[in-house]
Design a protein around this ligand. Structure first.
Ligand code: SF4
Length: 276
């Protein structure tokens, strides 16, 4: 259900999604409700999950997003989940009270791209926030009763800062984890067309990690996360699929990484420039 269009930040150096537009816009509530009516007509009342796409639909003003969630619940009585992408800024912008209102209206799950908890890396990629902001936002979302999926971008700091990137990210996630159990989703940096990061690579200003360096970074993360939380690495960008709960599956996951670490470079996907 398209509630917003584009991304209100649109500055991350590794992201191509909205670099050529469209500009960020919030759709009028009446239009979104008309779409919900059409969905009800076409799909019937049995819809159980709604996803709000675009870069950060949590950036909608609280009362407008609340109205959309309530309208969805009225049209779909079996609705179990409303999920949206979010940002540190949009979470903090709603504040505790706003998030509680959204949760009560039916919003249930946020996808939040941390990418890293390492401030120099966050600055370099123009993420627009620091680790302390991530901790505040993540804790606030969990304390409001929202489920939280946190995305980590392996390789984002390059080989030199790889260990600092992993350790700072561990610190941020462990601090968030004190307020509840997020789900961690791993992605690996793939340079994309039309991005500043690809330009930096071509100018020799940034170096991609090798698969083995990415595996070391993954092991550093998994070794440091306290849990309880679930972690998955299940994306086409990743060199190794992993899934498990921490701390329960830590030893198995680290053994899977060690086994992959023994494979030669040719056993892993090639470097490529992403076009999607
Ligand atoms: S990574 Fe997310 S926040 Fe950053 S520009 Fe892309 S859509 Fe926007």
């Amino acid at each position: 259900m398209q509630a917003t269009i584009g991304c209100p930040h649109n500055k991350c150096s590794f992201c191509m999604v909205y670099k050529r537009g469209p500009r960020f816009a919030v759709r009028p509530v009446a239009e979104i409700v008309a779409d919900l009516d059409q969905a009800r007509e076409e799909l019937g009342p049995g819809v159980r999950a709604i996803f709000l796409p675009a870069g950060d639909s949590l950036a909608m003003p609280t009362e407008q997003l609340e109205a959309v969630c309530r309208a969805a619940g009225e049209r779909f009585p079996d609705l179990e989940r409303i999920t949206t992408y979010a940002s540190v800024r949009s979470i903090l912008g709603h504040g505790r009270e706003g998030l509680a209102r959204l949760r009560a209206a039916g919003l249930s799950r946020l996808h939040l791209g941390l990418e890293s908890g390492h401030d120099p890396t966050l600055d370099r990629v123009k993420k627009g926030c620091h680790g302390a902001d991530q901790v505040a936002a993540g804790r606030m979302a969990l304390e409001a009763g929202l489920e939280l999926n946190l995305y980590v971008l392996l390789g984002l700091a390059g080989p030199e800062d790889s260990r600092d990137h992993a350790r700072a990210t561990v610190q941020v996630i462990n601090a968030i984890n004190q307020a509840g159990a997020p789900t961690i989703r791993l992605r690996t940096l793939v340079p994309k067309v039309d991005t500043l990061l690809l330009h930096q690579i071509r100018k020799g200003r940034f170096t991609l990690c090798t698969p083995h360096q990415i595996l070391d970074e993954t092991a550093e993360l998994i070794a440091g996360l306290h849990g309880p939380l679930d972690l998955t690495s299940d994306h086409y960008t990743n060199y190794l699929d992993l899934a498990g709960g921490l701390p329960r599956d830590r030893d198995r996951l680290l053994e899977e990484i060690r086994a992959a670490r023994r494979l030669p470079r040719r056993a892993f996907r090639p470097d490529f420039v992403g076009e999607q």
